[in-house]
Structures are given as structure tokens and as C-alpha cells.
Write a protein that binds this ligand. Structure first.
Ligand code: ATP
Ligand code: MG
Length: 195
């Protein structure tokens, strides 16, 4: 669709995120390989695979429009190449916290004023999301991106769900255990001991 790829911005479980340009404007494009997505089971039942999650990610992002959420410009389903492209608003300073491989603490610290501003922005995004009936389910530093103007934006709706207001939903949600509320990890009464 007229985008020129310029280089890798990040990597996820099923593909890469690349910087790209069209008519002088920069975008980030998340490129997902459908054959890999189809093979990755994400829950019980037929059709519970990462491809269904990616299609849900697109459907959810299309509903959203907020300054503290990374916007979807367009989604392209390339049948021939077997790829899904999510063209996203480009957030030029990357994740709010840098991860240190094997480091302790695991992230490079930022100052309290910047942390406070980022938290405020994330809460604004979450408030809008929840009012729209969407639960993000994977809020963590890698999924909070920062603009050079100092605005934090939540990205990665890969495991998000439209909430039905049904508490039982929580049981089937998958996210990043280290950043989940304990009751979402399935370590409650009657289940296996917490790690
Ligand atoms: P995960 O394995 O965490 O689910 P993912 O495949 O869902 O990853 P994202 O979290 O959406 O992918 O993106 C991976 C990384 O790519 C981000 O952590 C970030 O570094 C970079 N990235 C994603 N979207 C953008 C964007 N709009 N602008 C700039 N960088 C981005
Ligand atoms: Mg991510």
C-alpha cells in the first residue's frame, strides 16, 4: 500500500515491528506471519489461536481513538504473502522503560517526575479503554511507548478482550504473569501453589 520499510523497531512473539514511511510520514508497522499465528494455541476450543487474537486486536483497535493509546492507521491482510500488517501511529521514543537483559533490577530507572507523568497518561488511556468496554490485559513497561513530546501511549492489544462484565472471563485471559493481578493468574483457592 505504498509504505517503504526503513528498519526494525521491536520484536514480538509472532513477528517484527518496523519503521516505515509513506508520503513523508512515519509509521510503525507490526508484521505478523499468519502460518505461525495459526499454529499457536492460545486457549481451549477450536479457533483459539494467535490468528484469532490478531484479528481481535485489529477489531478492538478500530474502535479506539485516544491520545494515550497507540492508534491503528490501517490493517492489511496480504493473502498472497500470508501476512497481516498493522500500520500504527509511530511513537518515536520507544518503550518508557528500557529492559536490561538479566539485570537486577530488570529495568533502567527513570526519574520520579517522568514516571508520574507516564502513569497519569496510562491511567487516562485505561479510563477511556474501560469506558469503551475493553480490557487491555497486558499493561507492562514494554507496552507503554513514549513520544519525544513526553506523552505516554499504551500499545499492544494482542491479548485484549471486549469485556462482557462477566467475572468468569478472567479465567481464560492470557497475559504476562509477572504483571498480572494475582487473581488473574489462577493461583487462587483450590489451585496449584503460586510460584
Ligand atoms: P509481545 O510479544 O509483547 O506481545 P507484540 O508482538 O505484541 O509483542 P508489540 O508489543 O505491539 O508486539 O510491539 C513490540 C515492540 O515494538 C514494542 O515493545 C516497541 O518496542 C515496538 N513498537 C510497537 N509499536 C510501536 C509503535 N507504534 N511505535 C514505535 N515502536 C513500536
Ligand atoms: Mg508487546
Amino acid at each position: 500500500n505504498g509504505y517503504e520499510l526503513l528498519g526494525e523497531l521491536g520484536r514480538g512473539a509472532f513477528g517484527t515491528v518496523e519503521l516505515c514511511e509513506r508520503r513523508g510520514d512515519l509509521y510503525a508497522v507490526k508484521i505478523l506471519r499468519k502460518s505461525l499465528l495459526r499454529k499457536a494455541r492460545t486457549g481451549r476450543g477450536r479457533g483459539a489461536n494467535a490468528l484469532a487474537d490478531a484479528r481481535r486486536e485489529i477489531a478492538i483497535m478500530k474502535k479506539l481513538d485516544h491520545a494515550n493509546l497507540v492508534g491503528l492507521v490501517e490493517a492489511v491482510d496480504d493473502e498472497k504473502a500470508g501476512k497481516l500488517y498493522l500500520v500504527l501511529e509511530y511513537v518515536d521514543c520507544g518503550p518508557v522503560l528500557e529492559r536490561r537483559k538479566g539485570g537486577d533490577p530488570p529495568y533502567v530507572a527513570i526519574d520520579a517526575v517522568a514516571a508520574r507523568a507516564a502513569c497519569r497518561d496510562v491511567l487516562r488511556g485505561l479510563e477511556y479503554l474501560h469506558a469503551s468496554g475493553v480490557v487491555h490485559l497486558d499493561v507492562k513497561p514494554e507496552n507503554v511507548l513514549l513520544t519525544s513530546g513526553g506523552v505516554a501511549k499504551l500499545c499492544d492489544f494482542g491479548v485484549s478482550r471486549l469485556a462482557r462484565g462477566d467475572a468468569g472471563d478472567a479465567a481464560v485471559f492470557a497475559s504476562t504473569p509477572a504483571f498480572s493481578a494475582p487473581e488473574l493468574c489462577g493461583y487462587g483457592a483450590g489451585s496449584a501453589a503460586a510460584p
